[in-house]
Design a protein around this ligand. Structure first.
Ligand code: UT7
Length: 311
């Protein structure tokens, strides 16, 4: 089987910040409540006329600037594409003059980026693509009711992109992936539907419990699969709530510094969040050769997806 590695990561966030004190003026909430219940201090909001695909394009351009590799396959993870057609992957390819490639969108809510990594890796191994660009562009703010204090505090807009390349000896090898979904929880996270189902709503407590349990079991699974029996690993989780990470750290007796988190600055950016956190940690040189990275997504569906990378 061909080996596949992550050769570059890019990201993009809009300039405009929506802070907790801004939200205090919009709904009945406080900085104290939001910070203590979620860990979020601010998020970035794309202005009217800037769409999810624009965020994906900017992140993809950032990624392409970091590698000479050019994709024969492009998978755009998104749950907030502005149009059904042209779909997001075709808009990205058109904007960046990427030709002679296969391109499609993939929606697995907040697990989308890791699902796309898994599909990309598989197609590279079975169909012979040498390079695959995986993007996540999300403008969740378009589904947010800024009169609903329970949800408007959570989300931000962002884009992320990763280049996968087939290599003899990858520097950052994608070792294993695990995908899943529990359709009995399909109605626990809803957005983008007709009329009364347009704005985001969720059963926060149920999703919280699911996330803590699933992330814990996925960490155990990945550790076993890759044979990691020491503490040379980092968890790069979907950034939904810092209390989820604290609960997993407590349950599994994992030191909190093993979790990579930037939720305080960006909030929940759905499928973009793991890419955004990976990019930031990579730029900060957080990882050393031989470390394992466990990328773990969870969310609407209910879906989950995990990937182990050896640095
Ligand atoms: O990415 C998709 C996956 N989603 C997730 O992973 C989300 C997982 N769930 C969560 O992160 C948490 O459940 C939330 C952050 C969404 C909510 O936190 P919670 O601790 O579950 O709060 P709650 O919804 O149970 O609300 C507790 C109280 C309620 O008041 P009462 O009924 O106890 O009087 C709410 O009305 O807090 C109130 N509340 C607020 N108060 C101030 C809810 N939102 C706010 C707010 N400011 N923004």
């Amino acid at each position: 089987m061909r080996k596949v590695g992550i050769v570059a990561v890019g990201s993009y966030v809009p300039a405009e910040k929506l802070t907790n004190s801004d939200l205090e003026k919009m709904v009945d909430t406080t900085d104290e409540w939001i910070t203590s219940r979620t860990g979020i201090k601010e998020r970035r909001i794309a202005p009217a006329g800037v769409h999810a695909s624009d965020l994906a394009v900017k992140a993809a351009a950032d990624c392409l600037a970091r590698t000479p590799d050019r994709p024969q396959l492009l998978i755009a993870a998104t749950s907030s594409a502005e149009k059904a057609c042209p779909y997001q992957a075709s808009i990205i390819a058109q904007s960046l003059n990427l030709t002679n490639l296969a391109a499609f969108d993939l929606n697995a809510a907040c697990s989308g980026l890791i699902y796309a990594l898994a599909v990309g890796r598989s197609l590279m191994q079975t169909e012979g693509y040498d390079h695959a660009l995986i993007t996540a562009g999300e403008k969740l703010s378009r589904f947010v009711d800024y009169k609903d204090r329970a949800s408007c505090i959570l989300f931000g807009d962002a884009g992320a992109a990763l280049m996968l390349s087939a290599e003899e000896q990858p520097e950052h090898e994608l070792l294993t992936v695990e995908l899943g979904a529990d359709p009995t929880g399909a109605d626990l996270v809803v957005m983008g539907g007709p009329e009364d189902e347009f704005y985001f709503r969720q059963d926060g407590k149920s999703v919280f419990r699911f996330a803590v349990e699933k992330m814990g079991s996925l960490i155990d699974l990945l550790k076993t699969r890759v044979g990691c029996d020491d503490d040379r690993y980092f968890i790069i989780p979907h950034q939904a709530n810092s209390r989820i990470l604290e609960a997993v750290a407590r349950n599994k007796e994992i030191p909190p510094e093993r979790f990579i988190s930037n939720i305080s600055k960006y909030g929940n950016t759905s499928s973009a969040s793991i890419g955004l956190a990976l990019k930031e940690a990579w730029d900060e040189n957080r990882f050393t050769k031989g470390d394992y990275l466990f990328l773990i997504g969870f969310g609407g569906g209910l879906s989950w997806a995990a990937a182990a990378v050896r640095w």
